[in-house]
Structure formats: structure tokens, C-alpha cells
Design a protein around this ligand. Structure first.
Ligand code: E4P
Length: 232
């Protein structure tokens, strides 16, 4: 499963790329607004951190197809060809997705709450669909099952569109998709950090080191460790 980071906070991006093998960064207008500077300034910084090969997803803001298309070209001109343009699956969005996909642009169909939205976006040539797992669950439906249904629907209909599941409230939702072999997810920094936060693990690791230090009367540094291991 590919894992993207759903943020525009460059400090978080740097810190989490240092720990996890990540596959790219996704943003949306709300995420960019939180940075409190010109969105293209933020996006350019992210692009230069990722390099031209890194994958970045950026959402259009326009409401009609013609403007979405123009915005999509502007986004790719400013941020490079390895930028996926996110377009919401509403009627005008679907028109734009169809046009852009036909003209070779990589589109991520976003704002997906239902199987039928995913189906039409896939049939229109979107590179990815982004179902919103937690927002679906907040409506009383089953977000995990919706993503699995989309996956099945694409396989059975020969739709080559990938799934980039989004909007998670907890780790369980993310890992349930990993168990089901879903191709990719985008997660917020807090959820990603939480993946390796576990007081029991920290305690166990501390105990191992303390036992070593107490037994050999040293505090564990590379030189003392090497000497003790050699029996010096
Ligand atoms: C992805 O396409 C969405 O922009 C994002 O993941 C939504 O997440 P939220 O429901 O936590 O706002």
C-alpha cells in the first residue's frame, strides 16, 4: 500500500519523511489555508522538498468545468508534471475529469462519498479516486466497506483507476484498508505519528537497555557498547 502525507506543513513533511518511507504529499484548499501564506509559495516549497520526481496532489478551487480545466493546467505548469490535479466528483468536475484525462493529465477524483461517484470518475479516466473514509462513517455508512466496494467494482469492470483513500480519524481505519489490499491512502501527520507511538514498546526498549547498562556497569554509547560486546 502506498502511503501519502495529507498536509502542507513543511516541518511535518520533513520530519515524517525522515522516519517513514512515504510516497508523496496530498493537499486540499483547507489544508493550504491553514498554512497562512500564499498557497503557491507553500506548494513550491513542498515541490522543492519532494524534487521533480516526488508525487504531489493539488486540488482545484473553481466551480465550473472550464475554469477547473484552466486551473489544472496552471497547477501543472507551476508545480511540474508529477503533480496530480484533484477535482471533485460533481457534474462540472466529471466534465473536467473527462477532458483532462483524455488530454493526458493525471487527475485524482476527489470528494468521493459513494460508489457511484467512484464508478463515473473511473469510467471518465481518472488516475485515482479519493474516497473519504471517515466522512462516510460520520454519515452513518461504512467507510471501509465503501472503499472495498469501489475496489471490487473497478476490478470487475476492468477500470484501471487507482484508489487513494483519504479522510481518516484513526489508525484502525487505515490498517483495515491495508489488510484489504487497497492501493494507497493519504493520512494526516497525527495519525502517521501515532503508528509508532506505544508506551509498552518504549518501556520494553528501555528495559533492554537498562538491563545491559546495569549488568555491564556502563551507560550505553557506541564505544562502550562495542567494548562490552567484545568482552573488553
Ligand atoms: C483528501 O482528498 C481530502 O482532502 C482529505 O483527506 C480530507 O480529510 P478530512 O476529512 O480529515 O478533512
Amino acid at each position: 500500500m502506498k502511503v501519502f502525507l495529507d498536509t502542507a506543513d513543511l516541518e511535518e513533511i520533513r520530519a515524517l519523511y525522515d522516519i517513514y518511507p512515504l510516497d508523496g504529499v496530498t493537499t486540499n484548499p483547507t489544508i493550504l489555508a491553514a498554512e497562512k501564506k500564499a498557497p503557491y509559495e507553500t506548494l513550491t516549497e513542498i515541490r522543492s522538498f519532494l524534487g521533480q520526481e516526488g508525487v504531489l496532489h493539488v486540488q482545484v478551487i473553481s466551480r465550473n468545468a472550464e475554469d477547473m480545466i484552466e486551473e489544472a493546467y496552471q497547477i501543472c505548469n507551476r508545480l511540474g508534471s508529477n503533480t496530480y490535479v484533484k477535482i471533485p466528483v460533481v457534474p462540472e468536475g466529471l466534465k473536467a475529469i473527462r477532458f483532462l484525462a483524455k488530454n493526458g493529465m493525471r487527475v485524482t477524483a476527489t470528494g468521493i462519498y459513494t460508489l457511484q461517484q467512484a464508478f463515473w470518475a473511473g469510467k471518465s479516466g481518472a488516475a485515482y479516486v479519493a474516497p473519504y473514509v471517515n466522512r462516510i462513517e460520520n454519515l452513518g455508512a461504512d467507510g471501509i466497506q465503501t472503499v472495498c466496494d469501489i475496489q471490487n467494482c473497478f476490478v470487475r469492470n476492468g477500470i484501471a483507476t487507482g484508489i487513494l483513500a483519504a479522510s481518516f480519524k484513526n489508525i484502525r481505519q487505515v490498517m483495515a484498508l491495508a489488510e484489504n489490499g487497497v492501493a494507497s491512502v493519504t493520512v494526516a501527520p497525527a495519525i502517521l505519528r501515532g503508528m509508532l507511538e506505544n508506551a509498552s514498546v518504549d518501556l520494553a526498549v528501555d528495559r533492554f537497555i537498562n538491563d545491559f547498562e546495569n549488568a555491564f556497569g556502563v551507560s550505553a554509547t557506541m564505544s562502550t557498547i562495542a567494548a562490552v560486546l567484545e568482552g573488553e
